[in-house]
Design a protein around this ligand. Sequence first.
Ligand SMILES: C[S@@+](CC[C@H](N)C(=O)[O-])C[C@H]1O[C@@H](n2cnc3c(N)ncnc32)[C@H](O)[C@@H]1O
Length: 237
Amino acid sequence: MDEGERLIHSFGRRRGRKLRAGRAALLSTMLPALRVALPAGDAPVDPAAFFAHAPRETWLEVGFGGGEHLAWQASRNPAIGLVGCEPYENGVVALLGHLRDGAIGNVRVWNDDARMLLQRLAPGSIARAFVLFPDPWPKARHHKRRLVQAPFLDALAQALAPGAELRVATDHADYLEWILERLPVHPWFDLVERLAARPADWPATRYEEWSVGEGRSPAYLRFSRRAAPRPTEGAEG
Ligand SMILES: C[S@@+](CC[C@H](N)C(=O)[O-])C[C@H]1O[C@@H](n2cnc3c(N)ncnc32)[C@H](O)[C@@H]1O
């Protein structure tokens, strides 16, 4: 049994409707060169090494869906290396569609559970992370599938550099409450601001456009990775 099998699935499925031949071909022609391959063993890995030229910083998107946000960030920030995680094959293919003309060269893909990659990333190696519209898993019996859980936050905190920004968005009131009960009190995260509208450097995602079309009002949250853990209540000083 590998790590992926031990994790409770936080995503719905790996495959959707059958890919048209041209789309499926992107997986065999483009993915091998872009896919993150971790060396065997459990030694920490510097994600800058995923790129042909060491980027100024490495940013991480967890659950990039169709990849439009990831591709946008990569095209606007050519000196940054963007690592996108998404186990849903149709989403990976959609991202490859954004990259196929070769204009964007600073994206690498982990087409699996982000938590498996996070546990290998060198401490402090990620300068910014995005968790945009994680699956809300609304039924109480599925809450254990929610991505925002202590082990995920702990792994994310160790991969993020001190002062790194974490952007989170959700359109689900109950999940927002869940997130606000966990992230701002996590020892390594401070809530910086809660926004009702996205800033200019935060483009819409496909899920978000659908959700807003349904009449929902997403919340946009910015967190900062602390340089030292928050002192526990009652601690001296
Ligand atoms: C509701 S969709 C949102 C997708 C995209 N961020 C957007 O806003 O359009 C949530 C996505 O997170 C992905 N996901 C869920 N758990 C994940 C995990 N552990 N690692 C990586 N991606 C994950 C799912 O496969 C799904 O594509």
